[in-house]
Unconditional design. Structure first.
Length: 676
């Protein structure tokens, strides 16, 4: 029997019960069995095609079964780390937290090994080479990195190995939280593989698959972790289950929305309903049925278990175990059919991409812009569009929460936040985002809007201050959203990034490094590169505006005079960048703009030079706004200092002024003596 003692307490140590592995293993076994049955019934093992070489039953069956092990161990690893880092009350429970980390290390090792075995089996399947072929390993070493599905699996395995290593050496909640973030990040590369990558609407499919995979893993993994850790949680189970229930609700919504969008995209948009009768459509229907069933059970869990757990802990705990067993059974079925779905080609096959614009960007060439294009051109980006809408919704919800408890929040700040995100959504989903995929000048409009206009509005809205006032503080030693945010703004990295010199250097130097390196062409031709480009523009722009005029807590602000000087220097460099583009005679990203052949851009170099003038012109307005706020800070600082000196003079009778006058008189007398 393990024991633990709260720091500074003289009471005898509280007992932490040893885990009863029987019920947990039985529940996990039921879920795994349901998953394997669903894999077999769903037809995940692709049959032998006549005329092609048979890779053998070990590959045909081993590949989907190994994917089940990979997905299950990944979900369990993520769930254990999330419970240990964020859901578990902190006071007096370090042993339970470390136990969650140890279990996560074990499941993380299984995750990494299963992924690597899946890479070998996947290569054998793609190459049509049985496992017993002596040439398999030499071919694998030569070509594994050139196949995207295997390359992203290797990247995922490396990130998962890093998360497992961090969890193994961590003895604090922060270290386990870092491992949890890394484990979630390990899932993201997998969205670039499979049928999503081959969809005609590539970016929407990848975005929705990434959300779907992460939300499902957190949802399933959290429940698995609760089942595994339930005996050790003891009295902490009500708090952990209540927090998990809120997290599961968000995950359910994310899984449902992303699943619907992904299914519509892969089934052919307007033809989706007619294709539900296909094998792929039938698997989608089964998964949807499981999702609805899980939603009903989750609602019953919240109504019958979470609400009564504190009042009737023993009886309700048993009810939770029964609910969790049934939920994991249905989740196992859903995961099994999801594995079969990933091994089944969507109906219709990949659409042809006849034009260079479609081949390079994945989208049809947009029509030539006209006078109304600023308002009429639109293509919703399911990543940045949803991020913007969620950010607006959260901010407004926090404002309402403050007002309900009698606190006030500036209306102008609220308007600024909404306007900032609407500007960003317009830049990514409107004409800059659509036309900027094929035109450098429109791309520069998108860049300036994302990097300068949107961040200025967002910084002036003071979102961190609002969040710290609206989010509840945890008093049990655990890490909640407020504690994470507070730790971030006062962290050592933020002290470095919050230095105006560092922020301005990142803002300008990264600009030059991006456009005058292969990174620019990578951002134009790959979805991952494009997402990172937009994120980079937004983050560096926000950081620069924050160190200049931000009102949120963080590192100490520099004097307004120094900030104004750095702002003017940065603007000068930015203007030089625009002039260099205007006068440049070398085409940037020639492999893209030189090959795309847009009908309404006869001269890509002239379009690039026009983009330089846009960069110079559009950068002036937000800089002027920032400069006005810095000058206002300067005036206010001088006024505050003057009032302070006036109050000091009233208290000491003007001692400072008297001493200053006496020094002047002494200097005058000394000069007179020297003259005589």
């Amino acid at each position: 029997m393990a024991t633990s003692r709260a720091p500074g307490s003289a009471a005898p140590p509280a007992a932490v019960p040893a885990p009863a592995r029987g019920p947990a293993l039985l529940t996990l076994g039921v879920s795994l069995a349901a998953c394997l049955v669903a894999v077999v019934v769903g037809g995940a093992a692709v049959p032998v095609v006549e005329g092609l070489s048979d890779v053998g039953p070990a590959v045909r069956w081993g590949l989907p079964l190994m994917r089940v092990v990979q997905d299950g161990s990944a979900a369990l690893t993520i769930g254990l780390l999330l419970v240990g880092a964020w859901l578990l009350p902190g006071a007096g429970r370090p042993r339970v937290m470390l136990r969650a980390a140890r279990y996560a290390v074990a499941s993380g090792v299984v995750w990494v090994v299963a992924t690597l075995v899946g890479v070998v089996l996947g290569f054998a399947d793609a190459a049509g080479t049985p496992l017993g072929d002596p040439q398999l390993w030499s071919q694998l070493a030569t070509f594994v990195w050139s196949l995207e599905t295997l390359r992203v699996a290797l990247i995922s395995a490396l990130v998962a190995a890093a998360a497992t290593t961090v969890a193994a050496v961590s003895l604090s909640r922060r270290g386990i939280a870092t491992a949890a973030v890394l484990s979630v990040a390990a899932l993201l590369p997998l969205a670039l593989a499979g049928h999503a990558a081959g969809s005609t609407d590539h970016e929407t499919a990848v975005n929705t698959l990434a959300v779907h995979v992460v939300a499902a893993s957190v949802w399933v993994g959290g429940l698995l972790a609760l089942v595994v850790l339930r005996p050790a949680l003891a009295a902490a189970l009500p708090a952990v289950l209540r927090r998990y229930s809120s997290l599961a609700l968000w995950c359910f919504v994310a899984v449902a929305v992303s699943g619907v969008v992904s299914a519509v995209v892969r089934l052919g948009g307007s033809e989706a309903l007619g294709r539900l009768a296909t094998a792929y459509g039938a698997l989608v229907v089964v998964k949807s049925t499981c999702l609805v069933a899980l939603g009903v059970m989750g609602w019953q869990q919240r109504r019958l278990v979470v609400a009564r757990l504190s009042a009737e802990p023993l009886a309700t705990t048993r009810l939770f175990v029964r609910f969790a067993t049934v939920e994991l059974l249905v989740m196992g079925v859903a995961v099994g059919f999801a594995t079969a779905l990933a091994r089944t080609a969507p109906p219709g096959g990949p659409a042809a991409l006849p034009t260079p614009a479609e081949q390079l960007t994945g989208f049809a060439e947009p029509a030539a812009p006209g006078p109304l294009s600023w308002l009429t051109v639109w293509r919703f980006d399911w990543l940045w569009g949803v991020v913007g809408l969620v950010a607006i919704g959260l901010y407004l919800a926090w404002v309402v929460r403050l007002r309900r408890r009698g606190d006030q929040w500036s209306v102008l700040r609220t308007i600024g936040w909404v306007a900032g995100w609407l500007v960003l959504v317009w830049a990514t989903c409107g004409p800059p985002g659509v036309l900027g995929r094929v035109s450098f000048s429109w791309h520069m409009v998108e860049h300036m809007t994302i990097a300068m206009y949107a961040p200025t509005l967002l910084v002036l809205a003071a979102p961190v201050s609002l969040a710290l006032r609206a989010l509840p503080a945890r008093t049990d030693g655990s890490l909640g959203p407020r504690e994470l945010l507070l730790g971030l703004v006062h962290s050592r990295p933020m002290r470095v990034l919050g230095n105006p010199v560092v922020a301005s250097a990142l803002f300008f130097a990264s600009l030059v490094a991006f456009y005058y390196s292969p990174l620019f062409e990578l951002a134009l031709t790959t979805h991952t590169g494009h997402v990172l480009m937009v994120a980079h523009f937004l983050v560096t722009g926000y950081l620069f505006a924050w160190v200049m005029v931000g009102r949120d807590p963080g590192p100490p602000k520099w004097a307004p005079s120094l900030r104004l000087l750095i702002l003017l220097i940065t603007v000068s460099f930015h203007a030089f960048f625009g002039v260099s583009l205007m006068s440049g005679t070398t085409l940037l990203a020639p492999g893209f703009f030189g090959e795309i052949g847009v009908s309404w851009i006869p001269d890509p170099l002239a379009d690039q030079q026009r983009g330089g003038s846009i960069a110079w012109a559009l950068g002036e307005a937000p800089v002027l706004i920032i400069a006005m706020f810095v000058v206002r800070d300067w005036v206010r600082t001088d006024a505050i200092e003057s009032r302070r000196k006036d109050r000091q003079a009233e208290r000491d009778g003007g001692a400072e002024l008297t001493a200053y006058n006496e020094r002047l008189q002494a200097l005058a007398r000394r000069r007179e003596r020297q003259d005589t």
